[in-house]
Design a protein around this ligand. Structure first.
Ligand code: MET
Ligand SMILES: [Zn+2]
Ligand SMILES: [Zn+2]
Length: 404
């Protein structure tokens, strides 16, 4: 007997087949797909292109009371590159195994979420359940390369201000156990280049203060910082007595090293690139002074910020946060365990939180291995469908909150 595929799954797989892969994402095809969906569902659509070739697609379902602050359902449309030879099937074919696993780049990060949002609107419309708040769905480009030309530009625009967003949902991460991760903050991503310059000469000499000697001293300081954070992660406890998660500490990784001309020539310049993720527990200004101190303790050395975010504020999960309370109680009522955490990497939510908009990151990926950015990224179709039900009821609740 052949079973027919749920149309929501078919649409999801269509979305996965669009090659929005960095560094040359097919945003044109993606926009076309989203606009077709909007038309089918009967949603108002707008496309903003603050940077040419990088469209932001905004779909809107007006609520019963459009004067109330709206809900934003955000997702990014781009996905990260693949090592195709390591995949068991083509990452852009969205093949489905017999057990229902759908394998594709973006299956977890985060086309499953973007697809679910569209299905939520379909479901609510089918059930004739128009919430009181307006719901906007934003499909933004370039998150995977920093988001500056995507969400970064969007939040600065008048188009965005007009939306009067009161609360946003965005991406989370998979969880191998039977619980949902809920992210209420994230670490500030800083990518830096440290360049040192020094004395040069013959490779047989013991010349003082070469670029490499200086860079090595600076790297050692960063590594000590890294060690201290690694220790915190392994044995530290936060003030509540709970073990630290990765998001609670600051990570420092040396990811790029560049120098050299020839073996017997002392190079005059050397460069180290670091990926640093600064925890919300850290005062950003103090931290900046600390690492710049490392660099400027060596003469002729400079620091360049390739990626910099000057805010690591989070959405407080307290009784005053009615969005959180509704979400928490909703999950409790459904017997879904949740694990509130700081997101270890970066998401577009940081742009929203910087504006003071409460934002929570949830991907309905429980009992699922963490495969974002990995080979054979996948989601099971049954979980995807279960997620649509979850989001539909949750978003209906959130969009019906009267006083917030
Ligand atoms: C700072 S760019 C963010 C890209 C990606 N989301 C990451 O966390 O690495
Ligand atoms: Zn993502
Ligand atoms: Zn990602």
């Amino acid at each position: 007997m052949t079973s027919t595929e749920n149309p929501a799954v078919t649409r999801f797989r269509q979305y996965l087949r669009i090659k929005t892969v960095q560094p040359n994402p097919d945003y044109e095809e993606c926009t076309k797909f989203l606009l077709e969906q909007a038309k089918e569902i009967g949603l108002k659509s707008q496309v903003f292109e603050y940077v040419k070739g990088k469209p932001i697609v905004l779909l809107t379902w007006e609520g019963r009371d459009p004067t109330l602050p709206a809900i934003l359902l955000n997702s990014h449309t781009d996905v990260v590159p693949v090592f195709e030879e390591k995949w068991s099937c083509n990452p852009f074919e969205a093949c489905k195994l017999e057990n229902g696993d759908i394998i594709a780049r973006g299956a977890q990060d985060m086309k499953c979420v973007g697809s679910s949002y569209l299905e939520v609107i379909r479901c609510l419309q089918d059930q004739d359940k128009q919430p009181c708040r307006t719901i906007h769905l934003s499909y933004v480009p370039d998150e995977e390369i920093g988001g500056e030309d995507g969400m970064g530009r969007f939040v600065e625009s008048d188009d965005f201000k007009k939306l009067n967003i009161g609360f946003a949902l965005d991406e989370g991460i998979a969880n191998p156990i039977d619980a949902l991760k809920v992210f209420y903050g994230e670490r500030a991503p800083w990518w830096i280049n440290v360049t040192t310059r020094g004395n040069t000469g013959h490779g047989s000499q013991l010349i003082q203060n070469t670029a490499a000697v200086k860079l090595n001293r600076i790297i050692n300081k960063f590594m000590e910082l890294r060690d201290s954070q690694e220790r915190q992660l392994l044995i530290g406890k936060n003030p509540g007595g709970k073990k630290y998660n990765l998001g609670d500490v600051t990570s420092v990784n040396l990811t790029i090293l560049k120098t050299g001309v020839q073996y017997n020539v002392i190079p005059q310049e050397a460069m180290a690139g670091f990926d640093i993720r600064v925890s919300p527990n850290v005062d950003l200004l103090q931290f900046k002074n600390l690492i710049e101190g490392y660099v400027y303790s060596e003469s002729d050395s400079t620091i360049e910020y390739v990626q910099y975010f000057d805010d690591n504020g989070y959405t407080p999960l307290n009784e005053n946060n009615v969005w959180w309370i509704v979400l928490r109680d909703f999950c409790k009522g459904r017997n879904i365990s949740i694990e509130p955490e700081i997101f270890p990497a970066a998401t577009d939510s940081r742009y929203l939180r910087k504006l003071g908009i409460p934002a929570l990151g949830i991907s309905y990926l429980k009992n699922t291995p963490i495969l974002l950015h990995d080979h054979d990224e996948r989601i099971n179709e049954n979980l995807f469908l279960e997620g649509i039900e979850f989001y539909t009821d949750l978003i209906f609740h959130l969009a019906n909150i009267q006083d917030a």
